[in-house]
Design a protein around this ligand. Structure first.
Ligand SMILES: O=C(O)CCC(=O)N[C@@H](CCC(=O)O)C(=O)O
Ligand SMILES: [Zn+2]
Length: 319
């Protein structure tokens, strides 16, 4: 169990594929997939995933430290836990993805793509999640880091939901150091959308800082997330922040249809930069996209994505 990350990085299965420790038993299921079950009645089923994008490595280091603490008997476990390193091949290559962005392929989105590493992985992760969840209380925390600086350095992205969000879940996200919560309004091919829509989990994508190569991360910047995760695993309530996260709603996706797409934002534009009604955001083949609201904020602006994919999201204040 201790060598879960090391084995995933060198692409070799561990010699011992299951084991028992004081308080829990564990099983290495497949590359990058580890399940851990406490001996005592669990409080619920929790999936923590990282490396859905292979270049977002700080969450991988965070998870590895948590696994070491569990293995050393330093961290009591109250949840049935599934730990996932989403895209091992991309993690080894230090790249966001190999053939396709894995986080666009879930909820059967993989069916629209040709055979390839990410297509198979999306299908497998979907199956493993559906097999795993059985308790009424289900959480999924998908840990990421962002490509650029953000005016809110840590924030959460919540999938579109038919029902109001559980305020206890949102409060926990605040306790994990997230300064902002962004609420999608439409379905997407993301892992958190899949686990929420298809497995009825309380799910979020957590953006915990800036993407850096493995070994280059300053884990002190991830202290609040680390403390909140450890408190969660112990079945405790973490310390709540003085100020709850600011809430934003997605009002538009800027989709790149072709190589003619031009994003009218400087390369280094931080996430949550404000634009005002009438500002030119992007254009493509004679079609101009203007800001429509008095104030809109951009999230994940990236004109270098493949045609057909999201080149940015526009947000407004939700309250
Ligand atoms: O910084 C960026 O441009 C991308 C960071 C990232 O990977 N974000 C996730 C968000 C997923 C969601 O909308 O829940 C992604 O793009 O997949
Ligand atoms: Zn990511």
């Amino acid at each position: 169990m201790r060598d879960f990350l090391a084995r995933t990085l060198n692409g070799r299965a561990p010699q011992a594929q299951c084991g028992e420790q004081r308080g829990f038993s564990w099983q290495w299921r497949e590359e990058g997939i580890l399940s851990i079950a406490p001996d005592a009645e669990p409080v619920g089923d929790l999936v923590i995933s990282a490396a859905i994008h292979g270049n977002e490595t700080a969450p991988v280091e965070l998870l590895d430290a948590i696994i070491q603490a569990l293995a050393a008997g330093e961290l009591p476990l109250r949840w049935r836990l599934l730990v996932l390193l989403g895209n091992p091949g991309a993690l080894r290559a230090g790249r966001r993805y190999q053939a396709q962005d894995l986080n666009r392929l879930f909820s059967q989105g993989w069916q629209r793509f040709p055979e390839g590493a990410e297509r198979e992985r999306a299908r497998l992760l979907e199956q493993r999640l559906m097999e795993f969840y059985r308790a009424p209380r289900r959480w999924h925390l998908d840990l990421h880091t962002a490509l650029r600086e953000s005016l809110h350095p840590r924030f959460g992205v919540l999938p579109a939901s038919q029902t109001p969000w559980d305020e206890g879940f949102l409060a926990w996200l605040g306790a994990a150091g997230l300064e902002a919560l962004v609420f999608h309004q439409s379905p997407a091919g993301t892992f958190s959308h899949f686990s929420h829509a298809c497995c009825a989990a309380l799910s979020a994508t957590l953006e915990l800082g800036k993407a850096r190569p493995l070994g280059d991360n300053d884990l002190t910047q991830f202290r609040l997330a680390d403390m909140a995760l450890r408190a969660l695993l112990r079945g405790e309530t973490p310390v709540m922040p003085e100020r709850p996260p600011r809430r934003y709603r997605v009002v538009r996706q800027l989709t790149k249809q072709s190589e003619a797409f031009v994003l009218h934002m400087a390369d280094q534009t931080p996430n949550f930069t404000a634009f005002h009604a009438g500002d030119l955001l992007a254009e493509e083949s004679g079609r101009r996209y203007l800001a429509r609201y008095p104030t809109e904020y951009v999230l994940f602006p990236n004109p270098r994505v493949a045609p057909g994919l999201r080149a940015g999201l526009m947000l407004i204040d939700a309250e």
